[in-house]
Design a protein around this ligand. Structure first.
Ligand code: GLA
Ligand code: ZN
Length: 670
């Protein structure tokens, strides 16, 4: 297990480098991640590669016990390249060309840029592939980040047309499958097709009202852009791999900031890696991105950029500092959640550039303060935990299916103002965690048979194959929960001309009747039958009425003109059970429903209670359970254990009761 920081020696004098390396050593840091923005140093003049500025730094770090992850610098094409080939620049959805002077100002589909990128990746691979201090390579930096994943240049337009032609074979077939007869959008040939001008990317400007564009074409553009970014990434992957067997990966952003389909993006890479900046001031850290990260490559993942502190910020306003203890806890929490490498962004505050005065582990004056000491403390604990974490694994009983095409489709045609697919998945995930269930977040293609409970939130697009697999899963004894919107569209992003949930009415034993969004004045009370009696509360987001067709209605509307109509159902199907939830639920109701489903699925409960502000991961260590317990609160928490455990960090036996410090953690072996 490795713990490190991002580092920028290209900004520094030798005296500063000496100072920083001494501090890193003192912190107990194992590695640095370098080079991702330094193309102008690696290749100051076309074809003249220069590694003399970096070789001694890698050597100096290495002899001090600090290894290197080296990045390709393609997020920042240098001035000479842009001057010579302005046609490589990124064009946004409004047709505005992104000029030199920021970062990520390139078109990933441009052949000239692809070739320059291949050559620099090749040069880096050739020079560092066998360097004993370099243990891995990162491709580019946060592909598609900051609104650069949906290029609209002429190259992209033509490539998109060809992509469509390849997919549909004939324009007639495209017209049919996209329903272009609507508003007379029928095309005569592929050359008439323009990429949609509306982007689903965060913070991008919209040119015309989004709803004027064909949703099927828009979904295909998302697929095309995702594939194009992956293709670009893999050109670099191949260039590096020609020289080395070392790990090659890239840093994704969160779960879905850029709408690249990360399940597909990491197929050819050696492990899943991503960047995560949770707030460490007040709230608990969501482990949803970690649960997702474990599922992308089905193994441990890397956190290539992780929160380091507050102060000034990149986006307009500054950022709050972590609450005392929270930085240390956050690092250990990430390792416990399945990371086997974590790197803080970044080591020491920058004086210049767009990120001047930004957060870092060490302040601008190079004097270690509390954040530094928390990193040091985390490094110390990691040395004690590394072995047991490395040799233990998750064996969770609950899966939550998250899908990029559902995400895209719901951004292309939102169902309600306050509904966000990713947040909805995360909301259900949090409920499960609060009840002590271990959850994996997985793709629709993941094997579901090992799970006792499978949850599929708002799966608006489902392939026939996925529907078949879900049925099979339930038939063979699984417990399934799906929510509103299940299977209403096909992969062409067209509504299916069938009763909802399309193709699944038998497994759920219902038909969906009327549907509408929930707005403030239409909120209804839902009444749910649980083991502890009926629970009532408000609904939100979206409403469907359920017409039972074999299923038992376990939740009904308790008021409004829908009073008495079904909204939550349970159906026996084969050896299993399928639940359908026709609306969003406020927390008490969701807890009630989730509890009932976990019990129905016979999910193993934790031997102690998870209190508010606590999180517990269970990992299997041989035949023992390793409980990784976190207290995110600012107050201590007392846990009633009820049996003896071994406290891994201090070797003591704990029994009966244990007190967890504010922002504390505990690793107990049963
Ligand atoms: C991203 C980038 C980093 C940095 C941080 C914010 O994650 O990859 O280079 O800009 O954001 O500080
Ligand atoms: Zn382009």
């Amino acid at each position: 297990m490795k713990y490190g920081v991002s580092y920028y020696p290209e900004h520094k004098s030798q005296a500063e480098i000496d100072h920083d390396i001494a501090l890193m050593k003192e912190a107990g840091i194992d590695f640095v991640r370098m080079g991702e923005f330094a193309w102008c140093k690696f290749e100051p003049v076309e074809g003249n590669y220069d590694f003399t500025w970096l070789d001694p730094v890698i050597e100096q770090l290495g002899t001090n016990g600090i290894l290197t992850i080296l990045c390709t610098p393609t997020a920042c094409p240098p001035a000479w390249l842009v001057e010579q080939h302005p046609e490589i620049l990124y064009v946004d959805n409004r047709g505005v060309t992104r000029p030199f002077g920021g970062r990520r100002h390139y078109c990933y589909n441009n052949r000239i840029y692809q070739e320059y990128s291949r050559k620099i990746a090749d040069a880096i691979g050739a020079h560092y592939g066998n360097n004993p201090y370099v243990f891995a390579f990162q491709i580019d930096n946060e592909l598609a980040q900051e609104g650069t994943g949906r290029c609209h240049c002429q190259v992209c337009r033509e490539k998109f047309q060809n992509w469509l032609e390849h997919k549909y074979g004939s324009i007639g077939e495209l017209n049919r499958r996209m329903g272009t007869i609507f508003w007379g959008q029928t095309y005569d040939h592929f050359g008439q097709i323009h990429p949609p001008v509306n982007s689903i990317e965060v913070n991008t400007m919209q040119a015309i009202p989004a709803y004027f564009e064909n949703p099927s074409l828009r979904l295909d553009f998302e697929r095309f852009c995702s594939e194009s970014n992956i293709e670009y990434q893999n050109i670099q992957r191949a260039a590096i791999k020609a020289h080395t067997d070392k790990i090659v990966t890239t840093n994704a952003t969160g779960v879905a900031t850029n709408s690249i389909d990360y399940y597909k993006a990491f197929h050819e890479l050696d492990n899943y890696a991503f960047d995560y900046y949770p707030s460490l001031r007040d709230v608990e850290i969501s482990s949803f991105p970690y649960a997702h990260a474990r599922g992308v490559c089905n193994k441990d993942f890397w956190l290539l950029e992780f929160q380091s502190g507050g102060g000034h910020g990149l986006w307009g306003s500054g950022r709050l500092q972590p609450y005392p203890g929270a930085l240390r806890q956050a690092a250990i929490h990430a390792f416990a959640a399945g990371a086997d490498l974590v790197a803080h962004f970044q080591f020491r505050t920058f004086p210049f550039g767009a990120e001047q005065l930004n957060y870092a582990v060490v302040d601008i004056d190079g004097i270690p303060r509390r954040r530094f000491y928390e990193v040091q403390a985390a490094a110390r604990d990691l040395k004690k935990l590394g072995g047991i974490l490395k040799n233990s694994r998750f064996d969770n009983e609950v899966a939550l299916c998250f899908d990029y095409e559902a995400l895209w489709a719901l951004k292309i045609k939102p169902i309600a103002k306050d509904f966000n697919y990713l947040k909805f998945c995360s909301e259900i995930y949090q409920q499960l965690i609060k009840l002590g269930a271990g959850v994996d977040v997985v793709s629709f293609n993941h094997d579901l048979h090992k799970y006792k409970v499978v949850i599929v939130p708002a799966p608006i697009i489902m392939s026939d194959e996925f529907k078949r697999r879900l049925k099979h899963y339930v038939y063979n004894g699984g417990v399934l929960l799906s929510t509103f919107l299940a299977g209403i569209k096909n992969p062409d992003n067209l509504g299916i001309v069938q009763s909802l949930p399309c193709g699944l009415t038998d497994v759920f034993g219902i038909r969906v009747g009327e549907v509408e969004p929930v707005v403030d004045r239409t909120t209804a009370t839902v009444s749910l039958a649980t083991d502890a009696g009926r629970v009532q509360g408000a609904n939100k987001y979206w409403t469907e009425t359920l017409e039972p067709n074999g299923a038992e209605i376990i939740g009904v509307y308790a008021d409004t003109f829908r009073e008495g109509l079904g909204v939550i159902s349970r159906n026996d199907f084969g050896n299993g059970a399928a639940y359908y939830l026709g609306t969003g639920l406020e927390p008490t109701l969701l807890t009630g429903l989730v509890k009932r489903i976990l019990k129905d699925g016979d999910v193993t409960p934790l031997p102690f209670a998870v209190q508010e502000g606590m999180e517990v991961f269970v990992r299997k260590y041989n035949h023992q359970n390793l409980y990784c317990i976190f207290n995110f609160r600012k107050e201590p928490v007392t846990i009633e254990l009820g049996q003896d455990y071994n406290d891994v960090l201090n070797g003591a036996t704990v029994s009966e009761q244990v007190v967890l410090d504010p922002k504390g953690y505990l690793f107990l072996l049963d």
